[in-house]
Ligand binder design. Structure first.
Ligand code: ADE
Length: 331
């Protein structure tokens, strides 16, 4: 992350059929604060607003048969074009369970981007041509299937936002996290008051004032925790290390040390990553400082005809919006 990064507002554009749900989460906690500080902007775009038929349909049945519906490519492509005409090129990411795994290193990589577009899937997923045509990279937040990409988009947004300078109160916090700059290990355990709780004492070394000893204890317990909870992280990327399998690895009743753990090489494939067009660098050009912008920025109210009125209409210069109160503002 370059030193100029602090001057740049990172814009997250989230394409979704549920903008209110995304905005609700983005209006609280760290994402709210980051927006209020002008460190990030979050723009939620309902790609249903870019449909052209009276039913505002975004999905259709898959060719070749099969269960469920797929997202049609056209409204999404139009939403992307509209967005990029306003802001410049984005790093384009489609959330889906079949994507590459998301992890801290990828969050660090995304933190260098100025504009990140997160496309939330629904139904059975996207028409594959959309992903190819618009060079989306596919991203998964884990080996389970959600009903849509919204939670995944928010997870990515939050993981990236908290890495940006000035977002966390204490700059060390992100570096000391699990998977942080300290390496590929989990964070050590932490304790606060009371000193004794239900007969359990805070480890005396933490009260000793001996900073070198505290640091050693933290490294050791972080290592033990990694071996116990994520043996795949502890050694080679081939899975549990011999140390993890040995009796020296602490275990907890009911823990399943190796079950389900997957080696995750965490590579950063260049495929799909797009060089920034560079046209978007001015701080504040999508700044949300001062307002409560999670409700951020949607196409201006009034710039579109009422839903359903554009059947067979020419491409809209601006999207439709169901924001009659204009509360989403403009980014
Ligand atoms: N959409 C549904 N499941 C998902 C997952 N695991 N990751 C990203 N997007 C998803």
């Amino acid at each position: 992350m370059g030193s100029t990064k602090a001057l740049i507002v990172t814009l997250f554009a989230i394409l979704t059929l549920f903008p209110e749900a995304v905005e609700a989460y983005a209006s609280e906690g760290i994402l709210r604060v980051a927006q209020e500080k002008g460190k990030i902007g979050i723009e939620c775009i309902d790609f249903r607003d870019f449909t052209r038929d009276r039913h505002r349909s975004v999905d259709d049945r898959p060719f070749g048969g099969g269960p469920g519906m797929l997202l049609r490519p056209e409204p999404i492509a139009e939403a992307v074009a509209w967005l990029e005409a306003r802001h410049g090129a984005f790093r384009r990411i489609a959330l889906c369970p079949a994507g590459q795994p998301f992890h801290q290193r990828r969050a660090e990589e995304y933190a260098d981007e100025e504009r990140i577009l997160l496309l939330c899937g629904r139904y059975e997923g996207f028409d594959a041509r959309l992903l190819d045509e618009l060079a989306f990279e596919e991203l998964s937040i884990g080996d389970y299937v959600l009903a849509g990409g919204e939670l995944a988009a928010l997870a990515v947004t939050e993981a990236v936002a908290r890495l940006l300078p000035g977002v966390l109160g204490d700059e060390r916090s992100a570096a000391e996290d699990s998977f942080g700059a300290s390496g590929g290990e989990l964070d050590c355990p932490h304790y606060t008051r009371p000193r004794v709780w239900r007969g359990r004492e805070v480890p005396p070394v933490l009260l000793s004032g001996d900073h070198a000893a505290i640091e050693r204890w933290r490294r050791t317990t972080a290592r033990e925790r990694t071996l116990r909870n994520r043996p795949d992280l502890a050694g080679t990327d081939a899975g549990p290390t011999s140390a993890a399998r040995s009796t020296s690895a602490p275990t907890r009743p009911g823990s399943h040390p190796a079950a389900g753990s997957r080696p995750d090489p965490g590579s950063r494939p260049a495929a799909g990553s797009r060089p920034d067009a560079g046209s978007h660098s001015a701080a504040g050009s999508h700044s949300a400082a001062g307002s409560h912008p999670a409700a951020g920025s949607h196409p201006a109210a009034g710039s579109r005809p009422a839903a359903g009125s554009r059947f067979d209409a020419p491409p809209p210069p601006t999207p439709n919006t169901r924001d009659p109160h204009g509360t989403r503002g403009s980014h």
